[in-house]
Design a protein around this ligand. Sequence first.
Ligand code: SAM
Length: 290
Amino acid sequence: MKRRIPETLFDGHGFGMAYEVDRVLYEMRTEHQHLVLFEHKFFGKMLMLDGATQVTSKDEFIYHEMMTHVPILAHGHVREVLIVGGGDCGIAEEVLKHKSITRVTQVEIDASVVEFSREHFPEFTKPVLGNKRFELVIDDGMKYVARTQRRFDVIIVDSTDPQGPGKVLFSHKFYAACRRCMTKGGVMVTQNGVPIFQPGELTASIAKFRKLFADGSCYLAAIPTYVGGHMAMGWATDNAKLRRLPVATIAERYKKAGRFATKYWTPEVHVAAFALPRFIAEKVEKARGS
Ligand code: SAM
């Protein structure tokens, strides 16, 4: 009988699924969380932390492209990027495609996630680790943003869910500390769950964004292994125009950035991602007012 590894994130909803394992490549309890990497016949390599799918070879490009190219091309002149979390380096790999970005700093709490990604996710780590524009800091993201003197044009919070070490990354004090180390007109994007199963996670973040930034909202993408249809990415900035830019402007900036290869993101998908279905738009509106 093949082992089946369950995704336990939605047990509370009486909904569960499990992945049939071809081969476990790596499994351990780290200082911070339970980590298992295994081969799956359809999704390829899959990383799970504390029973929640983090990244798979099959669909990683969707999340990684939307968490990076949307804030960077919306902003338009990014030089410094901060990634909080991002252990597997999939986000950093996409950010470094923007040659005009001078420095990418990744603050990851769990060195083991980066270490084992060096071996098992070379497609991410090879172009990143050793890149002179890339800096890795092993630390709690909350502590780092609370004390850094650096300033960032874009902050990408590629975190686990609001449990265990990731919990503080959904707090008001974390978002306030992020705002403190952003440049004027900077943009912050956050991994914010799937609204159909985790509505509270999204609305709580947007309500906090609204207290700190002129504009708090979200944009969406569909990621097969983040089950639940739409995946929400939180959006916070003082420049309310940035999420209303036309396709032509985004296309022009993409052209200037060298039209690097993408498999999901396009200028049209970028703009459409901010068009929220009514049930999500209503939750966002309410969160704004609260
Ligand atoms: N894309 C994935 C998702 O949506 O679930 C997240 C991928 S990435 C592997 C998440 C990373 O956040 C993990 O490597 C984890 O160790 C890191 N992390 C969790 N809490 C953290 C904290 N407080 N500070 C910095 N990194 C943290």
